[in-house]
Write a protein that binds this ligand. Sequence first.
Ligand code: SF4
Ligand code: SF4
Length: 358
Amino acid sequence: MSLDTPVSEARRQIEICNACRYCEGFCSVFPAMTREKSFADGDLTHLANLCHNCRGCYYSCQYTEPHEFALNIPAALAEVRQDSWERLVGPQVFAKAFHRSGVAIAGGLVIGFALLMAAISLLRPASGEGFYAELTHNLMVALFAPAFLLPLVAVAIGLRRYWAETGAPKMAWSDVMAALKQAGQLKNLSGGQGQGCNFEQEDRYTDTRRWLHQAVMYGFLLCFAATSVATLMHYLLAMEAPYPLFSLPKLLGITGGVLLVIGTIGLAWLKTKADPELGAKRVWGGEMGFIALLGFTAASGLALYAATGNAVMPVMLVLHLGAVATLFLLLPYTKMVHGFFRLTALIAEEAIKRRSRA
Ligand code: SF4
Ligand code: SF4
């Protein structure tokens, strides 16, 4: 193996950390590291996916440049992490293209899908209320089911490969519950002593990144819940959209949309403040493209609700549906995939710890 691959560089740095161990209490990476004496590629993939790029270890380290060891653990692990998503999910060419030209690809797909749906809406049914006057429910399901399920299958294959590569033992229900609890609180974003990250203000700790991540995560889950509840109401209770303001789909969707808009604007702002040298620099543009796509999807959903009943509603409908379709189709190749890998890494870590205790 060449000495300058992301994995070999991470191995060099992690071996120095494993001798030093000063940062042991910072995050779950260091306790996991101290289990090993040498690091296989799969061990480094696992450590990289436990790291959340808080940067605390960089600002505490006495071996960063100009020291000859030139340690930069956040960047080294970010490169391995990014590489693992691209390699394990595949095809790598899609992810690499998105990271080169994320805004152009996302924008082109949103407009392309919107135009396709606008063309289809010309064949709209003679009857139907609200959004269904533009696109039938069955047509929306036919378009969105594959756009939603196929990317999930690609991600599931990638996660299965992750599990095999890291050599994690069979998971138990208790591992899943423990990992879900950590993910639900974004516990690892709170730093070793609950002080937060060193992300946007160099060596000063703040909780801003954690709160904004919470807004995005719960905003997304609320929007997903809104769609799921609406689907159940449609099929099980024969209650068709549009729904009134004081209905579960609307309350969940509006709350989720507002949280997503706030969270994405905040995360984009933090990214402009953070030092790109402490992350995977090559994907900076793609990550910004993804944040913009997620924010636009939420904002267009809110705008669609505001436009219900007036002349711009059909335009807002195809733009919002185009954004949703693009978001899901690109899921395996954007930063969105990190949520799946992070949760899997937490479950794997619980399973590995359980095996060590046995
Ligand atoms: S990042 Fe630096 S200080 Fe922290 S464990 Fe590694 S070598 Fe030690
Ligand atoms: S950047 Fe933060 S999460 Fe990653 S290894 Fe360093 S201290 Fe841990």
